[in-house]
Design a protein around this ligand. Structure first.
Ligand code: SF4
Length: 698
């Protein structure tokens, strides 16, 4: 009998609704859900090809121990025993989880609860660290909470949309489609793209600022100074709702127009036009993504943007405000449950004794982590140094995606005990597992995810679990029980976990914390199954509503005021004579992360069939490489060999290589072997967009 479910795309942070159908012969088809308020029926090429990526070829269908098939009991016993042994001998900080924005919120919740509340360490970090942790840190500094104020609708209502560090056309394609449609219907809308590359998104932009890498801080600090100099500051708003303006202005006053030109390398006319547009347009939305976040100054970039919105009072109202675009389908859900090593559950603060006490009382747990754990880069360095004795990796492929990827692989080889939960048997990471646990994939999973505009949607299963694959939350709960934490992990279904997560968000929360979905605290199975997408907050007693945060000018710092952050731009040209090119890494339109799923679709692979390096024609000429010729790119960390794609879209002296290809699809194409483990000092997010490399014809 045919079965149809409404579910959610598992790729980017747009979080599109999908209608999936499976026929009685097992054929699966997908189409966009016209009722989902994030996509209204649209899907991009990746979402539309979902059915081509779910075959069982290469699936991990049974647990394995040391490469041999094992039963669940034996595998779970082994994991629990090894983790307990490490904790007993070396303490709770000798173990770690490295999880993923691919996990559902229910999986994430159980992982975080086990590590922070029962093992008693905060050594749980996620690949979302590589995605949006600078935005989290910037939001917390400015707002006192990790709150995304805006909505997708704001993009459509704005008169000026600024896309900075965002190739929206390829990385958030349905949002790009919504923006393009809005601009077509209101040609007066202006779009400004800020990106060193002339990406496909530039085709929509009225103005493209191709600034030097990592000079966005100078650009926005200069904008702040310009707003003050041109009387564009909303003095009433600043006085009533903010603090720190004077110090921020003092720091910005050094950033003259000439200095911004000098640092960014922009033409004066373009810079003047950008500042004019921002100064004179009321409805401004600034979207920022990995080009902002993946930087050694990522948090400062975020705050430099937020400063300009706060100075003009353009936040919390329709068609205006900052909007961080998350890369992953559930980066937001991970933040909600405290899936980062420096956060506690339900947007509570790990550094707050009151919050720790509250969470511990709610969980009735034997312990609570009392200091931040290891962030992703530090975590794998700790593994390399032998400080982590047992590591559990879930739903991610760090041997391809982490900076210094070869060092990560060496660390895993040396780690005494590695568990990997995955849907695939053979990835660059699963090869290093002592225990492999088969997980559910898209179409089989059941739970919730949260997209970039705080919209919680259900992922529902249209397919039965293949082989012995089980949910990640179940695996974690079973290990927790075996470690002696029985009652706290006695979950029988994801709805029970969601209920608990919702109840924690509302626990002793009389509006002091932004994340509150208390209305779902007593949700029953039937209501959970039928749950329509909704935006948080949704406190008890409320009905679903489209809601912008900060409409009343009230923020989450103790005094209710937002904070301006004084920022000093620092130059960060990392090139030298040995490594004269700047490498930028990123996504392409039709592949997702390390291609373990999208690589299965011939249609998606046809878009761009091989790994490549975009470079400027004059650089190509000087290197003596022609189009599709092989190029060897080297950094002090490693080497890749990819085909040259010569294009004037790329600035001179810069190279772009996509992040996706792994060793199974192309030897020597894991670009993250080139990226050094340089991170933002506050967020710990790696700087994957500004890497000094050498290039030569191969
Ligand atoms: Fe999926 Fe993102 Fe494409 Fe939507 S835009 S279909 S969420 S990949």
């Amino acid at each position: 009998m045919e079965k149809t479910v409404k579910t959610t795309c598992p790729y980017c942070g747009v979080g599109c609704g999908v209608i999936a159908t499976v026929t009685d012969t097992g054929a699966v088809s997908v189409k966009g859900d016209p009722d989902h308020p994030s996509n209204y029926g649209r899907l991009c090429s990746k979402g539309a090809a979902l059915a081509e990526t779910i075959d069982l070829d290469g699936r991990l269908l049974h647990p394995q121990i040391d490469g041999r098939r094992a039963g669940w009991d034996e595998a779970l016993d082994r994991v629990a025993e090894k983790f307990a042994e490490a904790i007993a001998e070396h303490g709770p900080d000798s173990v770690a989880f490295y999880v993923s924005g691919q996990l559902l919120t229910e999986d994430y919740y159980v992982a975080n609860k086990l590590m922070k509340g029962f093992i008693g360490s905060a050594n749980i970090d996620t690949n979302s660290r590589l995605c949006m942790s600078s935005s989290v840190a910037g939001h917390r500094r400015a707002f006192g909470s990790d709150t995304v104020p805006g909505t997708y609708e704001d993009l459509e209502l704005a008169d000026l949309v600024i896309l900075t560090g965002s190739n929206l056309a390829w990385c958030h394609p349905v949002l790009y489609q919504r923006l393009a449609a809005a601009k077509a219907s209101r040609p007066g809308m202006n779009v400004v793209l800020i990106d060193p590359r002339r990406t496909m998104t530039a085709d929509l932009a009225d103005l493209h600022l191709a600034l030097r890498p990592d000079t966005d801080v100078a650009l926005f600090v200069g904008l702040f100074a310009h707003l003050v100099a041109n009387n564009a500051v909303d003095q009433n708003y600043v006085a009533a709702h903010t603090a720190g303006f004077a110090e921020t202005f003092a720091a910005a006053s050094n950033m003259s127009f000439a200095e911004v030109l000098e640092q960014t390398g922009l033409p004066a006319m373009q810079l003047r036009e950008f500042y004019r547009l921002f100064t004179t347009t009321d409805k401004v939305v600034t979207c920022y993504s990995q080009g902002v976040n993946q930087s050694s100054s990522g948090t400062d970039k975020v705050n430099a943007i937020l400063n300009c919105h706060l100075a003009t009072g353009r936040i919390g109202r329709p068609g205006m405000g900052p909007l961080s675009l998350t890369g992953q389908p559930n980066a937001m859900g991970g933040r909600e449950v405290g899936g980062l090593a420096n956060m506690l559950a339900a947007h509570m603060a790990l550094e707050s004794a009151d919050d720790r006490d509250r969470v511990q009382r709610f969980w009735q747990s034997p312990a609570i982590a009392d200091r931040p754990g290891l962030k992703a880069v530090d975590l794998f360095q700790a593994v390399a140094e032998g400080r982590i004795k047992a590591l559990w990796i879930m739903a991610t492929n760090p041997v391809v995606s982490m900076p210094d990827a070869d060092a990560v692989e060496a660390a895993l080889k040396a780690c005494p005990f590695v568990v990997v939960s995955d849907i695939l048997m053979d990835t660059d990471t699963t090869r290093h597992a002592d225990v492999l646990l088969p997980s559910l994939g898209w179409g089989e999973k059941d739970g919730t995810v949260t997209n970039s505009e705080r919209r919680i949607s259900r992922q529902r299963n249209v397919l039965d679990a293949p082989g012995e694959a089980r949910a990640d939350w179940w695996q974690l709960a079973e290990v927790a029980r075996r470690m002696g934490f029985k009652d706290a992990f006695a979950y029988g279904a994801p709805v029970q976990i969601f209920q608990e997560h919702a109840a924690l968000s509302a626990f002793e929360n009389a509006g002091e914390r932004d994340f509150d979905i208390g209305a779902c605290s007593d949700i029953d199975r039937q209501t959970y199954d039928a749950l329509s997408p909704f935006q948080w907050p949704r406190p008890a007693g409320s009905t679903p509503a489209e809601q912008r945060f900060f409409a009343d000018g009230s923020f989450y710092h103790a005094d209710g005021k937002a904070r301006f952050i004084a920022i000093e731009p620092v130059a960060c040209d990392r090139t030298d004579t040995a490594y004269p090119f700047t490498l930028n890494t990123g996504r392409i339109r039709d592949h997702w992360h390390t291609m373990t799923r999208t690589g299965k679709s011939p249609r998606l692979s046809a878009h761009i069939a091989e790994p490549f390096a975009e470079l400027h024609p004059r650089d190509a000429m000087e290197l003596g490489v022609g189009n599709a010729g092989l190029l060897e790119i080297e950094s002090p960390r490693g080497t890749v060999i990819v085909r040259a794609l010569i294009t004037e879209r790329q600035a001179r002296g810069s190279i772009f290589v996509p992040m996706h290809w792994n060793d199974q699809f192309s030897a020597k194409a894991r670009v993250d072997v080139l990226v050094p483990p340089i991170v933002d000092r506050i967020s710990g997010q790696p700087a994957s967009k500004n890497v000094a490399v050498a290039a030569r014809r191969f």
